[in-house]
Ligand binder design. Structure first.
Ligand code: ATP
Ligand code: MG
Length: 396
């Protein structure tokens, strides 16, 4: 029924000189996403939009693929008319409404644009004639030129494009137009959403997971890989670093006050993540923290955690309520995986009463107890970093 899709992008359009870079990236991503879908596609650019001609294709798969492309705000399925005779257009409009709207009690407006000025029928005449044909066929419809519920677009080019619906796209900016960052990915609800949020601004992702075998199971690691795979549908391939954190945790457990464990552990996570970022040209860290959510995320705790590293830390969920984050994770499809009950490394070593108002000087003093072995342990953790590439075309 539809022979093409018109893709709209918003912010990309206003980026001045960078516009071409953004548009090229967008076209490249659209092609890449469609390459995994059943069908033949031809992607081109028209007038600040992307035009995808589609044959022998699966509609649902195609729309789903296009909805995973950052930078696209709207996807309009288009009926293409090669025969531009007025009669054909009138008949096609009636069919279009008949096939796409079950209940025809709605207000509408016909919106004709004549990009091809050699086409003999003026836009206003076309609007009026199509409108009359529709009212004739479906008397329950009525015209509203100011606030129509349905706007039937008729774009006259080398052929005629007819469309009325816009499916919501992912929005944001095309991937790869804003560098790469390192997501601290645990098995929880928050961090996958945080990664998605930053990536939606055009940032590609790597991720790090702090693993604590045998205190955490192989299944917990598998869960993190599964989460990374879901997020990679939008963000593209992710290099997932698995850091063995057990010896560091045990050492902190042995040497530091137990109510400070979580904070000190988190400070070491940040330090190691910073090193990984520096070694891999990643421009910042991303966490799923949100003010006040748990003891380790009070303002004072965040102050102490943040102090441990010097590169930017992005916390896109900082002002979100838990329910907002859950809603997002359901939308992304990570929720079901996130709530699987496999312990992540923090839960094993958490104190019954962690400090909620840590004092940085006291924390730093406690960390002095680690002087003997911590540098070596951190170095070993970095040296034994296992990197798994997630979401590659070649990955099954
Ligand atoms: P999440 O739902 O993302 O697990 P959370 O509510 O459990 O978050 P914390 O456990 O305090 O919160 O962790 C805060 C953030 O620290 C996480 O969002 C994540 O970015 C990072 N983090 C925590 N544990 C790990 C881990 N084992 N590996 C990698 N990152 C982690
Ligand atoms: Mg967690």
């Amino acid at each position: 029924m539809f022979q093409a899709f018109l893709l709209k992008y918003a912010e990309v359009g206003v980026k001045g000189k960078n516009r071409y870079v953004f548009e090229d990236a967008l076209v490249r991503h659209v092609k890449k996403h469609l390459s995994k879908v059943t069908g033949n596609f031809n992607v081109s650019r028209i007038n600040g939009r992307i035009f995808v001609e589609a044959t022998d294709y699966d509609y649902d798969e195609t729309v789903d693929a296009l909805q995973h492309v950052f930078g696209i705000v709207g996807i309009s399925p288009v009926r293409v008319l090669e025969d531009m005779e007025e009669d054909t257009v009138l008949k096609a409009s009636v069919e279009f409404i008949r096939d796409n709207y079950e209940d025809k009690h709605f207000s509408f407006k016909v919106d004709t644009r004549r990009a091809n000025k050699s086409y003999p029928i003026p836009s206003m005449t076309m609007d009026a004639n199509v409108g009359a044909a529709l009212l004739d066929a479906f008397p329950e419809m009525h015209v509203d030129v100011h606030k129509p519920e349905v706007r039937l677009h008729i774009e006259v080019r080398e052929s005629i494009f007819m469309y009325s619906k816009t499916i919501k796209g992912a929005g944001g900016l095309p991937l790869g137009t804003n560098g790469r960052a390192l997501l601290l990915l645990s098995g929880g609800i928050d961090s996958p959403v945080a990664g998605y949020m930053v990536s939606r601004r055009g940032v590609e992702l790597d991720a790090v997971y702090f693993n604590a075998p045998p205190y955490t199971s192989e299944r917990a690691k598998q869960k993190v890989m599964d989460l990374a795979r879901i997020v990679s549908k939008w963000t593209g391939p992710i290099n997932l670093h698995i850091i063995n954190f057990t010896d560091i945790q045990l050492y902190i457990y042995e040497k530091c006050p137990h109510d400070e464990l979580t904070i000190i552990m988190r400070r070491y996570m940040m330090r190691i993540a910073e090193q990984i970022a520096k070694n891999n040209d990643l421009l910042g860290l991303i966490t799923g923290e949100s003010i006040g959510q748990v003891a380790s995320q009070t303002m004072k705790s965040l102050f102490c955690t943040n102090d441990a590293c010097s590169i930017p830390v992005y916390r896109p969920l900082i002002g979100f309520d838990k329910q907002d984050i859950i809603d997002w994770s359901e939308k992304l499809g990570t929720y079901e995986t996130s709530i699987l009950p496999y312990e992540d490394c923090c839960t094993i070593f958490v104190a019954k009463h962690p400090v909620t108002k840590p004092n940085l000087n006291i924390i730093k003093a406690s960390e002095q107890n680690l002087n003997e072995k911590i540098d070596e342990l951190v170095q070993t953790a970095l040296d034994t970093d296992e990197v798994i590439r997630i979401g590659d075309e070649t990955e099954q």
